[in-house]
Design a binder for this molecule. Structure first.
Ligand code: KIV
Ligand code: ZN
Length: 514
């Protein structure tokens, strides 16, 4: 009989540890709502001790999201477990995930602990976590470079202390599928009590093997896979949820396992996570890349036209890729717009619908046809933003190959308008300098990217910036039919995050070892 594998999504925890990524609490809630629609089994909502923002986000998700288990991460020490327990106190179903490193290199150099001390800390942490919830997960960090005999002893002790899920992380993405399968088999055969708990895997992608390793473990009968949307995460990332899920669906014949997930929400989840993290999805990314269902060569196109299954092993609609239709124009009314938002899967509050509609009307005046992709870009970049301190009133730029680019901007703050002008190396530089003058602060532009949301000369431009000030990095995004306006909007979002005190800096706890 086909078994069900639990999908443990760690986009909001390990995914958020991707270099350069820092989500605000409201963005995390938005992603959690989408994970609910996707029907993942467990949402790892964050690492509560890491920062007040993390604590707040985990508590807010625990209060609001009903259905999936909400999980908080904790190192194997009393303060971490206590923070996770408190952050989760209002969850309908809660899990504490506690971990400690088990490899010689981590125990000796990072923890400076003997194996027996690691074992004792694990037992203490699991027992403490059990005081908050009967659902406790224990992970042996760097398991794939640990002694298998020690892992068996550690896991046995964690199970006896009350752990209900035992996780085997390939923390540094080192193992290869045949070795991982053998390790899982060994642990199953040699750990007393392991048959009474759920066995889980958590694979990193340093060698591009995270999904392959996760699937090898499924073939050995593990009951949970930890993964992230778009495969984001520490360094090269984690196993990608969409790839794991679609491999299980498409190759059920050989993997003999399924998931309870709603795969038609995959595309929307991928778009949302990409937009809010500012991490683009490569065109050739499996399942969710722009080219995943595109056929370029004549032979392939001919085959697909005759019979789709010649070159398609899954259909775009299976993962919710919308057929890109031209849906709305400047004569479309509020009602049609609201209907389109619902059809696209957005559940916006009334005020947000109004804001989105105002931006839509503005766009429709400047761009003839508005497609589903344009609406997605508009909502994700412009509507799901935290409240703005500075807003753009208008701008102007004079540029040319023989003149000094000069930009002027008018920004509004608390009803008052501030006008400023500046020269720069190009029109974007001039405008962003003018913004800096208007807000009275300088930033270091670390990253700037611009892409067209759809094809055509009147495509929307989407700008993403990362700016740094006083060692803190702020992300900003903006869309507009005008790429200069998109750039200013993106810059302003980053500035607003700085002005609003949203810090991308993490709490002290994250860097500590035990
Ligand atoms: O990669 C890892 O080992 C982790 C653990 C906290 C599970 O993320
Ligand atoms: Zn990890």
């Amino acid at each position: 009989m086909t078994s069900h594998v639990l999908i443990f999504d760690t986009t909001l925890r390990d995914g958020e540890q991707s270099p350069g990524v820092s989500l605000t609490p409201s963005e995390k809630i938005e992603i959690a709502r989408q994970l609910l629609r996707l029907k993942v089994d467990i949402i790892e909502a964050g690492f509560p001790i890491a920062s007040p923002g993390d604590f707040e986000a985990v508590s807010a998700i625990a209060r609001e999201i009903r259905g999936p288990v909400i999980c908080g991460l904790a190192r194997a020490n009393p303060a971490d477990v206590d923070a996770a327990g408190r952050a989760l106190s209002f969850a309908e179903r809660k899990r504490i995930h506690t971990f400690i490193a088990a490899s010689d290199v981590h125990m000796k150099f990072k923890l400076r602990k003997e194996p027996h001390e690691v074992l004792e800390a694990a037992v203490r942490a699991v027992k403490q976590a059990r005081q908050y919830t009967p659902d406790v997960e224990f992970s042996a960090e760097d398991a794939t470079r640990s002694s298998p005999e020690f892992l068996c002893r550690l896991f046995q002790a964690a199970i006896e202390a009350g752990a209900t899920t035992i996780n085997v992380p390939d923390t540094v993405g080192y193992i290869i599928p045949s070795e991982f399968a053998a390790l899982i088999r060994y642990l199953k055969e040699n750990t007393p009590g392991i048959d009474k708990v759920v066995m889980s895997v958590h694979c990193h992608d340093d060698l591009g093997l995270a999904v392959a390793n996760s699937l090898a473990a499924v073939r050995e009968g593990v009951g949970q896979i930890e993964c992230t949307i778009n495969g984001i995460g520490e360094r090269a990332g984690n196993a990608s949820l969409e790839e794991v899920v679609m491999a299980l669906r498409v190759r059920r014949d050989c993997l003999d396992a399924d998931v309870r997930l709603d795969a038609t929400q995959i595309y929307r989840s991928s778009r949302l996570v990409s937009t809010l993290t500012g991490m683009p999805v490569p065109g050739n990314k499996a399942v969710v890349g722009a080219n995943a269902f595109a056929h370029e060569s004549g032979i392939h196109q001919d085959g697909v036209l005759k019979e789709k299954s010649t070159y398609e092993i899954m259909r775009p609609e299976d993962v919710g890729v919308p057929a890109s239709r031209l849906v709305l124009g400047k004569h479309s009314g509020r009602h049609a717009f609201r209907e389109r938002l619902i059809a696209l899967g957005y559940h916006l509050e009334e005020g947000d619908v109004e804001r989105a509609f105002a931006r839509f009307k503005d766009m429709a005046d400047r761009k003839k046809d508005i497609s589903d992709r344009d609406i997605e870009a508009l909502v994700e970049n412009e509507v799901l933003k935290e409240s703005e301190i500075w807003t753009l009133d208008c701008f102007q730029v004079a540029t040319g190959n023989r003149s000094l680019p000069t930009g002027t901007v008018s920004l509004i703050k608390e009803g008052a308008t501030v006008h400023e002008a500046a020269c720069g190396d190009g029109p974007v530089d001039a405008l962003l300098r003018a913004v800096e003058r208007a807000v009275g602060a300088d930033f270091h532009l670390q990253e700037f990217s611009l892409r067209a949301v759809t094809g055509g000369k009147d495509a929307l431009g989407e700008a993403v910036v990362r700016v740094e000030r006083d060692g803190v990095v702020y992300l900003g995004r903006g869309v507009s039919p005008d790429i200069l306006e998109a750039s200013i909007r993106a810059y302003l979002q980053a500035v607003n995050r700085w002005a609003g005190g949203f810090s991308a800096r993490r709490g002290e706890a994250e860097g500590e070892a035990d």
